[in-house]
Ligand binder design. Structure first.
Ligand code: GLU
Length: 281
């Protein structure tokens, strides 16, 4: 191998090392980057575009769901570098689980009876509520009732979109694939408001590019119990994940993750948090 070739090989190794370090996002303990892969690979579906919850920036993942997932994975025997993050948009979550493309979903995923027909859930590990995001100068929109005849954006396959379709038929519901698309539509005035969980909306409103431009209405009208989605029927896995959630709440890592990820958006979890995970059935 000539000197130039060796240089290139060396550079490739350095790049690979750099990527590995970036991929090992923090689990709240602060030293995840120093962790070694255990060889026990795990595929976790999450959001890539939700600030404060599940956000991919370059190769780095951050957010509350990322910290919860990283903690749970570790309890299952996989360190941060063993995690392969897979983008799981709302409408794809059940398919990703049932087809085995991911081992679990940690993606602002509300536990519902309808979803339980297709997948299993451990949790809840957090309780959020549906709210509205509007432009900062908006005065007329104060709740879902004031959206009649107006364009309201939400995401396909999400519980907030379903709720609007069921309960507020006079609203002009626009269903996009992701919340970041909805928020772009709100800024460009293609839609009048965005609806989903208050956690997600607060995360967007606090982004530098939206500061002073968007506001959360602040009147929740649902209870969203976030669960970790698992393949239906895997009770043993459900029990292990439930034990991990309980441990995370007990040892303070849950609160640390809340402060770190929701603090910047000034989002305060509602009473009822931290929840008590349900028994696996
Ligand atoms: N928590 C709601 C749901 O599971 C809305 C957020 C989302 O779409 O991820 O559908």
């Amino acid at each position: 191998m000539n000197a130039r070739r060796m240089g290139a090989a060396g550079a490739a190794v350095l790049i690979a090392l750099g990527l590995a370090a970036c991929g090992s996002s923090s689990d709240g303990s602060g030293d995840a980057a120093a962790e070694k892969a255990t060889g026990k690979k795990i595929k976790i579906g999450t959001k890539f575009d939700q600030p404060g919850l599940g956000l991919k920036k370059g190769t780095e993942m951050s957010g509350f769901d990322i910290d919860v997932a990283t903690y749970v994975a570790k309890e299952l025997g996989s360190n941060a570098p063993d995690i392969e993050w897979v983008q799981a948009v709302s409408a794809q979550r059940e398919t990703l689980l049932s087809s085995g493309q991911v081992d679990m979903i940690v993606a602002t995923y509300s536990i519902t009876d309808k979803r339980k027909e297709q997948v299993a859930f451990a949790g809840p590990y957090f309780i959020a509520g549906q709210d509205l995001l509007v432009r900062a100068d908006e005065k007329d929109i104060t709740g879902p009732e004031s959206m009649v005849g107006k364009k309201l954006c939400s995401v396909k396959g999400s519980t907030p979109a379903q709720k609007v379709a069921d309960k507020y038929p006079g609203v002009n519901l626009q269903e996009f694939a992701t919340y970041s698309e909805c928020v772009a539509g709100l800024v460009s005035k293609a839609v009048d408001a965005v609806t989903t969980d208050d956690t997600i909306l607060a995360g967007f409103a606090a982004q530098d590019q939206f500061k002073g431009k968007l506001k959360v209405v602040g009147k929740t009208f649902s209870e969203e119990n976030y669960g970790i989605g698992l393949k239906k029927g895997d009770t043993e896995m459900c029990q292990k994940v439930t034990d991990a959630i309980n441990k995370m709440i007990k040892d303070g890592a849950w609160q640390k993750a809340v402060d770190k990820n929701f603090g910047p958006a000034n989002y305060k979890p509602s009473t009822g948090n931290p929840p008590t995970p349900a028994a696996c059935s």
